[in-house]
Design a protein. Structure first.
Length: 275
């Protein structure tokens, strides 16, 4: 018996506007967490700062309690790739940390991640973060100009492969996803080139685009907490993520206050507010 692909949820403009409101709350919460990521701060304190912004806005965390996850954000430090659990770990000068969080307003979800270098930066970490962030924007631009979801992964892969210097690895075990009335939905959004084109890009499609790059091997392992993913070679990693909506007139980055205008302009893409 053959089974079809998981159903994709296509949103109305009104639903996407609500997702943008959730994305704006999330952006403010990430702003606060990023500002608090200084030497001597614990990852649990970052979680508390983030949670306070959601509470003030009347939003809920879509991470807290998700399959038992115990916090409102993921804090992944150095060799931790994704799903790091906030706790008593103290941030040190030179650490690199990815802060991944989400918010729900009126039942609609947002999801976004940023990477921060704490204190004195290592130049290779700066390069890692800058390449990962730009790769995300290349993927978002491909959503605006491409025909299939697979075009996003091709754009990410092509950009990362073109960067001069020591090669960076693109994780393949963890990918982006659809988002809407749930945080994780169809379709998967790969961050690398394959022959699979994926579904067609059409209005109502909302995706979380989130490349994860590493300075070494792309092999990973999950720690005993059943959440935290680490590089097996101990090399550092990075994650950037935005939620993006496709509508009749273009795209809009739901988790960016300007809809992505500043970073997409050099790529020839002009985001359009949701009608």
């Amino acid at each position: 018996m053959a089974f079809g692909q998981p159903r994709i949820e296509y949103k109305t403009n009104a639903q996407m506007r609500t997702m943008h409101e959730a994305g704006l709350v999330l952006s403010r919460a990430l702003d606060a967490a990023v500002a608090a990521a200084t030497p001597g701060t614990t990852t649990a304190q970052l979680d508390a700062v983030f949670a306070a912004v959601l509470d003030e806005a009347g939003a809920k965390s879509n991470f807290l309690g998700y399959h038992g996850f115990p916090a409102t954000i993921c804090t992944s430090v150095n060799e931790e790739v994704v799903h790091g659990i906030p706790g008593n770990r103290v941030l040190k000068d030179g650490d690199i940390i990815s802060i991944d969080g989400g918010a729900i307003l009126d039942g609609w979800h947002s999801d976004s991640a940023r990477t921060v270098i704490v204190g004195t930066p290592d130049l290779e970490d700066v390069r890692l973060s800058e390449v990962t962030e730009e790769a995300m924007w290349r993927g978002i631009a491909a959503l605006a100009t491409g025909k299939f979801v697979g075009d996003i992964g091709c754009a990410v892969d092509d950009y990362v492969s073109s960067v001069q210097g020591k090669p960076l690895g693109i994780l393949e075990d963890y990918v982006g996803h659809g988002i809407g009335s749930e945080m994780h939905m169809a379709p998967d959004v790969l961050n690398y080139r394959t022959s699979h084109r994926g579904p067609k890009i059409r209005p109502g499609l909302c995706l979380a685009i989130e490349p994860m790059l590493v300075r070494g091997s792309i092999e990973t392992a999950v720690l005993d907490d059943d959440w935290t993913v680490v590089t097996t070679d101990g090399k550092r990693s990075c994650q950037w993520e935005h939620s993006v909506a496709v509508h009749e007139k273009g795209i809009w980055v739901l988790s960016a206050p300007d809809g992505g205008a500043e970073r997409l302009a050099p790529l020839g893409v002009v985001p359009v507010p949701i009608p």
